[in-house]
Design a protein around this ligand. Structure first.
Ligand code: HEC
Length: 273
């Protein structure tokens, strides 16, 4: 056997061995959804972000943290509680720490801190606190979830291929029969959108499990869409300001181009050519 045929034989064996492994890792592309925040002028839907936050609070926060988010961020410019109803009047606050809705949300959480004499205490949250992590540490999180680690969700929409479409499809993608050749162990679930098609998170959403403050009907699809909208905002809270700035820059550059062309015409108008 010469060198080339040896190489070809090795390549053929590699493909034969590796192909089933690659096949097993196959997963379904997420269903595309028409998000309001896509495109150069896209914006978040405040109502959807508020509803999604409610789903996060009532369902996901039992296992998933939001370590990059402070309560006050909910009330900053572009946040879901930037304007709130106080005694029937719409209000906005330059400093989110003064926002009573944010203060009420923060006060629902217990935050560990130290007091004046250095003792560890638990106190109600304040707008300036970060969202607390639901477990004491990673080992406890894994122990409570059969060895799997629930990832932090504050930048998950940016951290996953297909972003928001993937998260939404994943949350809705449980109710199918798994293919016969897929090995699903106890504590794992079939989900065709998860790379590898097996996930250690049980289905989380059922029709009607949340009672939305704004009266929207809480179907599984509605909750999956809303919580993903909230997580998209959390992953990219300054998106709207950035898009506005981008638009201003384009307008400015266009004006500058017109001006430069006019001055070019003027400067060269006296030259014969
Ligand atoms: C009972 C605990 C629990 C709850 C409640 C929970 N999850 Fe999970 N979640 C997990 C675990 C465990 C994993 C890790 C799964 C794995 O690695 O297979 C996970 C993984 C994820 C992932 C990552 C998938 C990936 O691509 O790696 C996302 C996104 C997610 N959860 C979103 C949510 C959302 C949104 C909610 C609320 C609607 C929620 N989870 C509620 C336990 C939970």
């Amino acid at each position: 056997m010469n060198k080339l045929s040896k190489l070809l034989a090795v390549a053929a064996v590699t493909v034969m061995v590796a192909a089933p492994a690659i096949g097993a890792g196959y997963y379904r592309s997420p269903e595309p959804y028409d998000w309001s925040f896509e495109g150069p002028f896209g914006e978040y839907d405040r109502q959807a972000v508020q509803r999604g936050f409610q789903v996060y609070q009532q369902v996901c926060s039992a296992c998933h943290g939001l370590k990059h988010l402070a309560f006050r961020h909910l009330g900053q410019e572009g946040g879901p509680f930037e304007t709130v109803m106080v005694d029937g009047v719409e209000q906005s606050y330059a400093n989110p720490n003064d926002n009573p809705v944010i203060a009420a949300i923060a006060a629902e959480y217990l935050i560990s801190d130290i007091d004046d004499i250095g003792e560890t205490i638990e106190r109600p949250g304040r707008p300036s606190d970060m969202f607390p992590y639901p477990f004491a540490n990673e080992a406890q999180a894994r122990a409570a979830n059969g060895g799997a680690y629930p990832p932090d969700l504050s930048i998950i929409v940016r951290a996953r291929h297909y972003g928001a479409d993937y998260i939404r499809s994943l949350l809705m993608g449980y109710d199918e029969e798994p293919p016969a050749d897929l090995d699903i162990r106890a504590g794992s679930y079939y989900n065709p959108y998860m790379p590898g098609m097996v996930i250690a998170m049980a289905p989380q959403l059922w029709d009607g499990m949340v009672e939305y403050a704004d009266g929207t009907e809480a179907t599984t699809e509605q909750m999956a869409t809303d919580v993903t909208h909230f997580l998209a905002w959390a992953s990219n809270p300054h998106m709207e300001a950035r898009k506005r700035m981008g638009l201003m820059v384009m307008i400015y550059l266009f004006g500058l181009a017109v001006l430069l062309y006019a001055s070019y015409r003027k400067v060269w108008s006296r030259v014969k050519h």
